[in-house]
Ligand binder design. Structure first.
Ligand code: GLN
Length: 543
């Protein structure tokens, strides 16, 4: 029978609950346990797919095509746990299911349908769905902060869960903030006391407190927290801000004995902890041999999490190449107003990630032209691939008004167009070409060299595609389709042959990169950027 860990947060949001859950998952896996992770998001959208990146940050896409919260990206980067659409539920998704059942008229046998028990039952069923036979521990993260009105049904459901399954089979972890007040020169435990107080009012007594803090928590403060919050002293765990990398978080949790507390309290049959590979990876992060400046050109640059997985995948590629990556965040519109040289001069590689809508498109195209004409490594992802095709069409093929029909429906040269199966679709949510699709790679391509395989699977999220009417023309000037759907119909990868490294892909490779196993295309893009850097330095010292 699977055991359950529920993770809640208090005091403030953005405490890194997702990272903490991912770290706990990783530690339990490294002790030989089979783990599953899931997240509940109390907002009403059925999934984050319809939300602006400014609101919500990146939309993380799974193999099965579900559009999920970006915390699932942490789960995948830290663990081997398979993720499916059962791993992310919102209030909207729960209610949608309840309302559909009510409309069908069979399920509720004429009863009044209510939050308790019907909504809470639906939530509990979502937890049970992950507790399959071969699973030792299910970790369930509750989004938001204790005290939010919309989070209440989820908290009530996880409270009931321990009544149904036995308190000894469930463990509650509460993440809080222990702020340092400069004026008083001391740490403050009161917010934590209040937050735990609120949880206990709901009927949940946390077993473990993870206290985010900037300063170490002195023993007397830990004592106080333990006493007032009714938590074992050893289970008050300090989690200080990381100096180098998020990948240090599990190491610090181990230092405070968290894995042992969980194993003992849940009576898990766990093996010894083996963190050698992880520790080696963290050492590499701390001791890079090179430093590289990679420009990421987008339109949501002010939101730290809008391109989360892209930044993470660049870091992983840096780890693989012994390099620290300094990401230069460039607003595409800045390129339009200040020019490419002023915004991109001196970078070692340029990446244009995915995106939607017209704003900033011309700036992205200008960035790609700058990379192409100056021999700077270029990596295009999804919209970044579509913009690369438009750029080459305009500047090399001489099709001046070439465009995507997403931005100009009357262009004479729609080099990027709506996929035929999208023509009739009117509803926005969950209707793109989503999830994992196979792709066949051409011999002697950079893609094939990177993957060392001629057939790959990558995740997608798009409505538009490369227009095959132009394939031959592009091929003749050296922009070659080196990856396609196995039937050859959908262009998935283009490469510019006469360039040090210019690869653009319709899919999202950033969703399949791990710190201990960088994605092959990111790894090779960073390797090419390193070569570019070295050859430029040699050129500069020779002249
Ligand atoms: N807007 C483009 C499309 O829908 C690209 C999507 C993306 O970059 N994820 O095809």
């Amino acid at each position: 029978m699977a055991k359950h860990i529920f993770v809640t947060g208090g005091v403030v949001s953005s405490l890194g609950k997702g990272l903490t859950c991912a770290s706990i998952g990783m530690l339990l896996e490294q002790r030989g346990l089979r783990v599953r992770l899931q997240k509940f998001d109390p907002y009403i959208n059925v999934d984050p797919g319809t939300m602006s990146p400014y609101q919500h940050g990146e939309v993380y896409v799974l193999d099965d095509g579900s559009e999920t919260d970006l915390d699932l990206g942490h789960y995948e980067r830290f663990t081997r746990a398979p993720l499916t659409r059962d791993c992310n539920y919102t209030t909207g998704k729960i209610y949608l299911s309840v309302i559909q059942k009510e409309r069908e008229g069979r399920y509720y046998e004429g009863k009044t349908v209510q939050v308790i028990p019907h909504v809470t039952d639906e939530i509990k069923a979502a937890v049970h769905r992950l507790a399959e036979e071969d699973v030792d521990v299910v970790i369930t993260e509750i989004g938001g902060t204790v005290g939010d009105i919309e989070g209440l049904p989820f908290l009530e459901a996880i409270r009931q869960f321990a009544i149904d399954e036995g308190r000894e089979n469930c463990l509650y972890i509460h993440l809080t903030l222990v702020p340092y007040l400069k004026a008083a020169a001391e740490l403050k435990t009161k917010p934590t006391q209040h937050s735990v107080g609120m949880l206990r009012q709901i009927g949940i007594q946390p077993d473990v407190l993870i206290c985010r803090c900037e300063q170490p928590i002195p023993p007397e403060d830990r004592e106080k927290i333990a006493l007032f919050c009714n938590v074992d002293r050893k289970a008050v765990i300090e989690e200080r801000d990381r100096q180098f990398s998020i990948y240090e978080v599990p190491l610090s949790l181990v230092n405070h004995g968290l894995d042992e507390i969980l194993v003992k309290r849940l009576r898990l049959k766990a093996g010894p902890l083996d963190l050698s590979e992880w520790r080696e990876m963290v050492e590499r992060i701390k001791n890079p041999k090179h430093e590289l400046r990679i420009a990421v050109v987008g339109k949501y640059m002010k939101h730290r999490d809008a391109y989360k997985s892209v930044y993470e995948a660049l870091d992983h590629a840096g780890i693989a190449n012994h390099a620290r990556i300094l990401v230069v965040r460039v607003e595409a519109e800045d390129i339009e107003s200040r020019g490419a040289e002023a915004t991109l001069g001196g970078v070692d590689g340029i990446l244009v990630p995915g995106g939607f809508g017209m704003r900033g498109i011309e700036g992205k195209i200008e960035a790609i032209r700058y990379a192409r004409t100056n021999g700077i490594p270029y990596f295009g992802i999804c919209l970044g691939m579509q913009c690369a095709v438009i750029e080459v069409a305009r500047d090399v093929l001489g099709l001046e008004d070439a465009n995507s029909t997403e931005f100009d429906q009357t262009t004479d040269h729609p080099v990027i167009g709506l996929m035929p199966e999208q023509f009739e679709i009117r509803q926005r949510g969950g209707t793109m070409r989503l999830g994992s699709w196979p792709c066949a790679l051409a011999p002697e391509s950079r893609a094939l060299a990177a993957y060392s395989a001629d057939r790959i699977d990558e995740r997608h999220r798009h409505r538009y595609e490369f227009n095959n009417a132009y394939r031959q023309a592009f091929q003749e000037i050296g922009l070659v389709a080196t990856g396609t759907s196995p039937d050859g119909q959908i262009v998935e990868i283009v490469e510019l042959i006469d360039h040090p490294w210019f690869v653009a892909v319709q899919f999202h490779p950033e969703f399949q990169s791990k710190p201990t196993a960088a994605h092959p295309l990111f790894r090779e893009f960073v390797a090419a950027s390193l070569r570019h850097r070295v050859s430029r330095d040699i050129g500069a010292s020779a002249s």
